[in-house]
Design a protein around this ligand. Structure first.
Ligand code: GCV
Length: 670
């Protein structure tokens, strides 16, 4: 099988031909209660045709009414039933076949993809049963694609939306929308949050036509298109002197701008905004706060039903933190907590999972649940910026599950992150999850073939936060490959272990960073682009870690008391976050009796060895994987092992030199 089939990722029906069988000869689909020429219903029909043709070489019939289906034909009914949850579905067996009940087209679409998924996994048609509704109302992908075709933190080629300030809208775009819908994604931001150059013009007639065209294509799959917005547009596009959110002229400019935008792109979902961060303009310039900025836009967009997604990744990247009290981790909470309750209903705050920046391990941001009167959604990153650039294997669902399961103590019950960001805790209608996406124009979409597990996984998890990392991994492996059962198990466990392995050979115990500045791949123990004021790990000859207790930056007390108390105390702090919260002596004993320095050495040796084991396990799958895929993944593993060795050696020798304490096991430290 040649590599082009990978354009379809987990929806490669042809690949399953002969591998899965159908228990019925004739299939008819009856659509009942939905308008036949609805755009999503049309997509459903196309998908069913494609799936049955691909999987079994079978044509299926679309019946107009019940009576036209004869006794020998198995029926798939797609039935509108009002009492179902929005975007949910119920699949059940009935005498003549199965029925997919849904109250809306998105629910019907997801129900159909559920059936297809199960068929691809070898489930018999008549045995497919399910009752599903989305955990989160908003389930979004955020592209950091620039209009010149580059992608900020992209590791899979160039943008498939843009090149040379032009749009691509083609079959690949449609495949992308199909794949996203198949996992339950219902919103996509197509351009980078750092809005510069031509991207500022996305809200002008230079691009209206193309944005509208793309929004229509997305709508065929129940997906709303969103844009990232340049807060300084009134200056850059409107020729105004300021973009002060309280300035009358600025307010009027945005009112008129959104009227124009929605006249031309009526299907637009709204805007994502990065303000006052890493050089982006924002309300701070005018002495205004984040609510002033977000609400000004929220008010202007409200007449069109649009929403403003305002990021909380607001911090001063030039701050001087030599005083040991100033702490970047504090920034989100410090800027936003005091504004809780001041944001409009159509504004939602998007909060990164941790207080820093997508490290392999961080505590959950204290803003999540810290805000109790404000719409909020979780932002994670499947683009592997700090987690191996899609060279190293790092399946991220275990990390996201930990985040979702974290108990915030923000309420008596329903107080996990999953509860808060789904809107269950505080009754928010606007709520959900977003991921910075890991795609590009590489044929296989994600550079590393195995990184597609994160693309698939995020959508599935955002739709159903109850799914386990393992269930998601298994679905993906079964749909994507044709492995024997034993190998499926092995690949699933490779995925499940990969995050822990990456953490071991890079930066364990919550210390984070120690990564090459700017590029963020490979070790540089003291390196960090904003390190003018010293290192992030604050290691000296006695110990390592950042004191974020009440004796240090007091970040620990941004949490509710139950968490604050444990984070503030090195004896109670979860070990995996010890160095995030505490400066610890190298000779301090950890839970299992090992000293901190010994833990650091062991972790790096183990992590590297386990990366080699991953590769060995993969090699055992050669017989059942397409040669090109096999070879490409082998190449990535070779690079991963080289990377792991470099991390192991640099980190271990750095801390050996700093501490002067040798490895108890006498291993060579370079
Ligand atoms: C889009 C980190 C990344 C930046 C990114 C930023 C953000 O700092 O390194 O590339 O900018 O996060 O999330 O806005």
């Amino acid at each position: 099988m040649n590599n082009t089939s990978w354009t379809q990722l987990w929806l490669d029906y042809e690949k399953k031909r002969g591998k899965v069988s159908l228990d019925k000869d004739n299939i008819a689909v009856l659509i009942d209660g939905f308008t036949e020429n609805n755009r999503i219903i049309k997509s459903i029909k196309n998908e069913l045709l494609k799936a049955f043709k691909g999987l079994y070489g079978k044509e299926i019939l679309f019946a107009e009414k019940e009576s036209s289906i004869d006794e020998s034909t198995y029926r798939i009914a797609i039935t509108k039933s009002e009492n179902m949850a929005s975007e949910g579905y119920l699949i059940d067996a009935e005498d003549k076949g199965i029925v997919i009940n849904a109250s809306d087209e998105n629910g019907a679409l997801y129900g159909v993809f559920h059936v297809i998924r199960e068929l691809m996994r070898g489930t018999k048609l008549r045995e497919i049963k399910a009752e599903c509704k989305p955990s989160n109302p908003l389930r979004m992908m955020n592209h950091w694609d620039n209009m010149d075709g580059s992608i900020e933190r992209g590791y899979s080629g160039r943008s498939f939306f843009f090149e040379n300030d032009n749009f691509y809208i083609n079959d690949r775009t449609r495949d992308y929308a199909r794949m996203m819908a198949s996992t339950g994604i219902n919103g996509i931001v197509i351009n980078n949050v750092n809005v510069k150059d031509a991207a500022t013009d996305l809200i002008t007639d230079r691009y209206f036509f193309r944005v509208a065209e793309l929004s229509e294509l997305f709508a065929d799959y129940g997906i709303k298109l969103y844009l990232s917005l340049n807060f300084a547009s009134p200056i850059e596009l409107g020729g105004l002197k300021v973009c002060d959110p309280l300035d009358e002229e600025v307010i009027k400019w945005w009112d008129e701008k959104f009227a124009e935008v929605y006249k031309n792109v009526p299907l637009l979902g709204g805007f994502l905004v990065k303000a006052d961060s890493e050089g982006r303009p924002g309300p701070f310039t005018y002495g205004r706060n984040q609510a002033d900025g977000a609400n000004m836009l929220g008010k202007a967009i409200a007449p069109y039903g649009g929403i403003i997604i305002w990021r909380c990744f607001v911090y001063n990247c030039t701050q001087d933190w030599r005083d040991r009290k100033t702490d970047r981790a504090r920034a989100g909470y410090d800027y936003f907590k005091g504004l809780d309750g001041e944001f409009l209903d159509n504004v939602i705050l998007q909060i990164k999972n941790g207080p820093m920046d997508f490290q392999i391990r961080e505590p959950v941001s204290p803003l999540i649940g810290g805000l109790t009167k404000t719409n909020q959604m979780l932002e994670v990153q499947i683009a592997q910026e700090y987690t191996g650039h899609q060279i190293d294997l790092c399946y991220l669902m275990p990390m996201f599950k930990e985040v979702l399961d974290f108990k915030t103590y923000c309420s008596k019950d329903k107080d996990t992150v999953a509860d808060v960001v789904s809107g269950r805790t505080f009754g928010n209608k606007l709520a959900g999850m977003a991921a910075v996406i890991n795609t590009g124009d590489d044929t296989n979409w994600t550079g590393n073939y195995l990184a597609a597990a994160n693309l698939y996984g995020f959508g599935r998890l955002a739709y159903n936060t109850e799914l386990s990392s393992e269930e998601i991994a298994r679905e993906w492996v079964q749909m994507t490959f044709n492995l024997i059962e034993d190998e499926t198990d092995k690949l699933v466990s490779m995925l499940l272990n990969s995050r822990g392995i990456y953490e071991k050979y890079t930066s364990p115990l919550g210390i984070g960073w120690m990564v090459t500045p700017h590029d963020h791949y490979g070790p540089s123990v003291d390196g960090y682009e904003y390190s003018r004021w010293g290192t992030y790990h604050r290691a000296d000859h006695l110990g390592i870690g950042v004191d974020r207790t009440d004796k240090g930056t007091d970040y620990a007390h941004q949490y509710y008391p139950e968490n604050a108390e444990s984070y503030n105390d090195p004896d109670k702090c979860p070990e995996e976050l010890l160095l995030f919260f505490h400066h610890i002596a190298y000779d301090r004993k950890l839970g299992d009796g090992r000293t901190l320095i010994q833990y650091i050495y062991d972790s790096h040796f183990e992590g590297e060895a386990e990366a080699e084991e991953l590769y060995e396990t993969w090699k055992g799958m050669e017989a059942h994987v397409e040669p090109e895929v096999f070879a490409s993944v082998c190449h990535r593993f070779e690079m991963q092992i080289a990377n792991a060795k470099e991390w192991r050696d640099q980190v271990n020798s750095y801390f050996y030199r700093k501490s002067g304490i040798p490895d108890e096991k006498g291993r060579e430290i370079f």
